[in-house]
Design a protein around this ligand. Structure first.
Ligand SMILES: *[C@@H]1O[C@H](CO)[C@@H](O)[C@H](O)[C@H]1NC(C)=O
Ligand SMILES: *[C@@H]1O[C@H](CO)[C@@H](O)[C@H](O)[C@H]1NC(C)=O
Ligand SMILES: *[C@@H]1O[C@H](CO)[C@@H](O)[C@H](O)[C@H]1NC(C)=O
Ligand SMILES: *[C@@H]1O[C@H](CO)[C@@H](O)[C@H](O)[C@H]1NC(C)=O
Ligand SMILES: *[C@@H]1O[C@H](CO)[C@@H](O)[C@H](O)[C@H]1NC(C)=O
Length: 953
């Protein structure tokens, strides 16, 4: 028997050497084990080279598996301990696979490099293993919405980098662990911003030791547990706190006065406890939007006057809190007030909203009180709902405020501006009126700052932010639809989400997982007034190809055979690993080099290793040579310190600009790599897109989309022949600002450009601004770091003096440079011209009491006739704010964008339309004009970004 099997195994073995040449064998074996533990592993998990053949959900770097993202793909089964062999794994997201059950294997703690462990909305049970405390790099730990039982492990306190800790919606019990002489505890998590522990069975007192002034918590969510005892006064030490939910526990005793020190808290929930003593005085909590103290046993008290002084209050809920006496009119004049719910108290006297009540007011509910009269306004209070049912005033009365209200949920649904077609029964029409199979689920917002659900713009803002996130991460999403906002029993705002696929009408597994990840990993950030959120997906059954799924039994046979072969392969690999490891590694390297031009990237030169690329195309030298007609002089369109720039034409007709490093220049290697890595991740209409790169035959080239109208500097100096009137300059300022804002706020990781100047703002065929040149850019290390310390680089005249002095680079350094650029737009002068510094010149000449601030001498004569009254002054104010000496006094780019928008509105321009209206009448676009890109017939505008991956040649 043995003798007969041997040659058979040998055949497999040789095959393995040939085909498993790319993925690291240990990683392959671990994935194989995962696959055999799961019933519904993705169908393309076949073969022996997960990295090379692109297994769904598997991300690799340098032949090692670094990420597994398989959200919402219908996995079922258990996670085997072998997962711990994926020793390079950084990200593991298996969210929204309800079929994944069993406990987390203890060896998972060996994943020493893991930064994100995300298992939201699965069926995991058992205790959270304490080995989790060995994953020292963990940044995100999301185990919410499972069935975990038992205590929160002490060891979580030993995760020094933890930023996000979500254990909510499980069955965890026991007390909240804090450190003692021998074991770590959650009090040690001073970096963590999120404690989300709601909806568990945690008991005991909230340890006073848990909180300290060193903590960085912004969201502390302990609602819906069985916590007892007093609220520790140490909570008042966490100055960073923005949301505090302690509701739905059995907390007792008085509310500590210390709480009023939490001046940043916007949402405070103390409801449904046994709190007693006097009503707290929270005068200091001036950021409060939402305050709920309902259902406690406070001492009887008059309506506390401090509540009417909270400037940002939108919602006051004090149901059943033993209130008596009258409600002051001043409460209703709080500018943002939407809802006042004071049910089940003993409020008496006369209810009057007064005449200066809030515009936002929607609901005043005083059901079951002792109100005797109500001062209505002549003509009523419009749409404000007043409820006085079960008050003496309503005895035998039939006024509208005496009729018990019907439960009214908002019926909001994302509108569409086309007529929705009749779709097949299992399909749904998208807002763009396409029938498709959407990915559906529910968004839960745990503490929104508003209570009125009828405001359209609230949900439109959310929807736009969702689309923006999906688009900027190049996810295959056509549109999203939100519907049915409502408050659930836990006081969470829920919203149904439908995500519609672009293209074929259904998603494939990669698409779904990537969308699931954007939501599970909190890549998507809702507008701040929505507060902390989580997402739960419904199962998706319409994967590409599965729709016409043929013979089920044959495929399961294939799986069995596959597993058996896989098992033997594994055994053999283990047996021969020693002898053949070297040869195999070499083969892997050769194969990898073929597909990855950076395999030979020289790590010894301390340039940070192989670049991580997304969507950038890899061109060979021969290809680029052909596209640029052998780098002909006719195609030479510029040069800089880095080398030359050539125009090229891809076989598709797309024009590109090829930036070619000087021969023999290795100096720029690090910059080169930085630039491709950053650019391949950055997608925004005001940022120049990278098409690809060439790293071949000793050449370093970057291939960008071609921007036909050259640099802003050339237009301002008159070199390009384009006349920029005031309106165009405003649009350009706005475009550039939006591009930089994108880099600062929405790019992941956020990016500081470091070299904002008119030479790095390009103008496209419609004179839209596009920010270019990332050679000096810096990604922020982690999303919460506010500065990076670097060697000072940049361009004289634009450089932030504070950065120059302290070497601490922040977003505000870009704001400074942008301020200089704004002055340049006004004056058309270089920042330093004939030894004069533009910032100083403007400040010296400026006189705010005079027309145009007395700057006529400095203003570019080209714009004088087109300046709209008042707009130039505001523009100057903004520029000077941007160049404030100290970074903290400068606006953020988001504020800059807003201000430019308002200046444009002042000048009669709509900041939200493209500059299409001015596209066809600018001087430069006329045929036969002098400037180098005037022949626009050469230019094929491609709005879409090429999606190709690194492809083996
Ligand atoms: C500290 O806590 C751990 C875990 O609960 C416990 O086993 C240990 O006995 C405690 N040590 C002390 C000194 O209280
Ligand atoms: C107060 O308690 C009642 C009865 O348990 C409950 O129906 C109501 O929702 C609670 N109010 C709030 C604001 O939580
Ligand atoms: C009315 O409010 C009182 C407290 O003021 C409460 O005890 C009583 O149960 C409430 N009645 C109803 C019907 O809710
Ligand atoms: C309202 O109640 C308070 C005490 O709860 C009492 O002092 C006051 O006289 C009452 N006012 C009216 C108008 O009944
Ligand atoms: C999955 O969909 C994405 C985007 O729609 C596409 O780029 C990719 O090639 C698809 N993958 C497979 C295996 O079809």
């Amino acid at each position: 028997m043995f003798a007969r099997i041997q040659p058979y195994l040998l055949v497999i073995f040789i095959q393995v050497l040939v085909v498993a040449a790319i993925t690291n064998p240990q990683d392959f074996a671990a994935l194989q084990s995962l696959k055999s533990g799961w019933e519904n592993a993705p169908p393309n998990w076949v073969g022996t080279d997960p990295c090379g053949s692109g297994w769904d959900g598997i991300g690799c770097s340098n032949s090692r598996v670094v990420s597994i993202t398989l959200a919402s793909v219908g996995l079922s089964g258990q996670v085997p301990g072998d997962i711990a062999d994926l020793s390079e794994l950084l990200t593991l997201d298996l969210s929204y696979n309800e079929g994944l059950t069993g406990s987390l294997p203890r060896p998972i703690g060996n994943l020493a490099k893991l930064t994100s462990l995300i298992l939201v909305g699965c069926g995991f049970s058992g205790q959270i293993p304490d080995t989790i405390g060995s994953m020292k790099q963990l940044y995100t730990l999301s185990l919410n919405s499972n069935k975990f039982i038992g205590p929160i492990p002490h060891s979580i306190g030993a995760l020094p980098r933890l930023h996000w800790l979500d254990l909510a919606d499980n069955k965890l019990s026991g007390s909240i662990p804090v450190s003692n002489g021998t074991a770590p505890g959650l009090d040690m998590l001073v970096q963590t911003q999120h404690f989300h522990f709601g909806k568990n069975q945690l008991s005991g007192e909230i340890p006073s030791q848990l909180f300290s002034g060193n903590m960085s918590l912004i969201h502390l969510l302990l609602e819906n547990n069985q916590l007892t005892g007093k609220i520790p006064s140490t909570v008042g030490l966490i100055q960073t706190l923005e949301v505090l939910r302690l509701d739905r526990n059995s907390l007792s005793g008085p509310v500590p006065q210390n709480l009023s020190k939490l001046t940043s808290v916007q949402e405070l929930f103390l409801s449904n406890n046994n709190l007693n003593g006097p009503l707290p005085d929270l005068t200091g909590m001036t950021s409060l939007n939402y305050l709920d103290m309902s259902n406690n046993t406070f001492n009887a008290s008059d309506f506390p006057p401090w509540i009417s002084t909270l400037p940002s209050l939108t919602t006051l809920v004090m149901e059943n809190t033993n209130l008596r006496g009258g409600v002051p009119e001043t409460l209703f004049s709080l500018a943002q007030l939407q809802s006042v719910i004071l049910k089940n108290n003993r409020i008496n006297g006369t209810l009057s909203l007064g005449s200066s009540y809030s515009n936002e007011l929607q609901l005043v509910d005083l059901q079951n009180n002792t109100v005797e009269s109500y001062t209505d306004r002549a003509g009523g209070y419009g749409s404000i709902q007043i409820i006085l049912v079960d008050n003496p005033i309503c005895q035998g009365e039939t006024q509208s405020y005496c009729i018990p209200p019907r439960q009214a949920n908002s019926s909001y649904t994302t509108p569409s501006n086309c007529s929705r077609p009749q779709c097949r029964s299992d399909q749904v029409s998208s807002p763009n009126c396409q029938c498709a199979y959407p990915y559906t689920g529910t968004l839960f917002f745990r503490a929104p700052s508003f209570s009125y659900l009828g405001n359209l713009s609230t949900f439109l803002a959310l929807q736009q932010r969702l689309m923006f996130t999906f688009q900027s991460h190049q996810l295959p999403v056509d549109s999203v639809s939100l519907s049915n906002p409502s408050k659930n029993l836990d006081d969470y705002l829920t919203l149904s989400l439908e995500v519609f696929p672009s293209g074929l009408g259904y998603f494939n597994r990669t698409g779904i997982s990537a969308i699931g990840f954007a939501l599970s990993n909190q890549t998507f950030k809702p507008p701040p007034f929505f507060g902390p959120f989580f997402y739960r997906a419904n199962g998706y059954q319409y994967f590409t190809g599965d729709l016409s799924s043929s013979n089920k039994s044959s495929s399961s046979t294939a799986i069995i055979i596959g597993a058996a072969v896989g098992g033997s392969v594994l055994l053999l690999l283990l047996l021969v690993a020693g002898g053949y490891a070297f040869r195999q590694k070499r083969r892997a390297e050769i194969a990898a080099k073929h597909i990855d031009p950076f395999a030979s990237w020289d790590r010894s030169k301390n340039n940070g290793g192989v670049p991580q690329l997304k969507g950038a195309r890899n061109f060979s030298f021969e290809e680029v040579k052909k596209y640029t007609k052998n780098f002909s002089e006719a195609n030479d369109i510029g040069s800089g310190g880095y080398g030359k720039v050539y125009r090229g034409t891809l076989p598709t007709g797309q024009l590109v600009a090829v930036k070619r490093a000087q021969q023999g220049s290795t100096q720029g290697a690090l910059e080169f790599k930085t630039e491709i890595e950053l650019l391949s991740r950055v997608h925004h209409r005001n940022v120049v897109g990278l098409v690809g790169f060439c790293f071949d035959q000793g050449e370093e080239m970057l291939v960008y989309e071609f921007i036909p109208n050259g640099t802003l500097k050339d237009s301002l100096s008159g070199k390009s022949g384009i006349r920029l009137d005031w309106m165009r300059r405003l649009r350009i300022a706005l475009g550039a600002a939006r591009g930089i804002q994108y880099l600062h706020v929405l790019a992941n990781p956020p990016i500081i450009h470091r070299d904002i100047k008119s030479n790095n703002v390009l103008l496209d065929e419609r004179l839209n601004a596009k920010v270019a040149d990332f050679g000096l850019s810096k990604p922020m290390g982690s999303p919460d770091r506010t500065h990076v310390t670097t060697q000072v680089k940049g361009t004289m005249g634009y450089m932030d003096p504070e950065y120059y002095m302290t070497q601490q680079l922040t977003e505000k350094s870009d704001v400074y440079s942008f301020g200089v650029l704004l002055l340049e737009l006004i004056t058309a002068r270089a920042p330093i011209e004939k030894g004069k510094y533009i910032v100083r010149e403007v400040k010296l000449a400026m006189d705010k009491t005079k027309d145009l601030y007395n700057l006529q001498e400095l203003i570019d004569p080209v714009i004088v006739s087109s300046v709209a009254p008042g707009s130039l002054e505001k523009f100057v104010d903004l520029a000077l704010d941007c160049v404030a000496e100290e970074g903290v006094n400068r606006p953020t780019m988001s504020e800059v964008v807003k201000e430019i928008e308002s200046i444009m509105e002042l000048a009669g321009l709509n900041p939200h339309t493209e500059s299409a209206s001015t596209s066809d009448n600018y001087d430069g676009a006329r045929k036969g004009d002098e400037h180098p890109y005037s022949d626009d017939s050469l230019f094929v505008y491609s709005g879409a970004y090429p999606h190709s991956k690194l492809e083996p040649k």
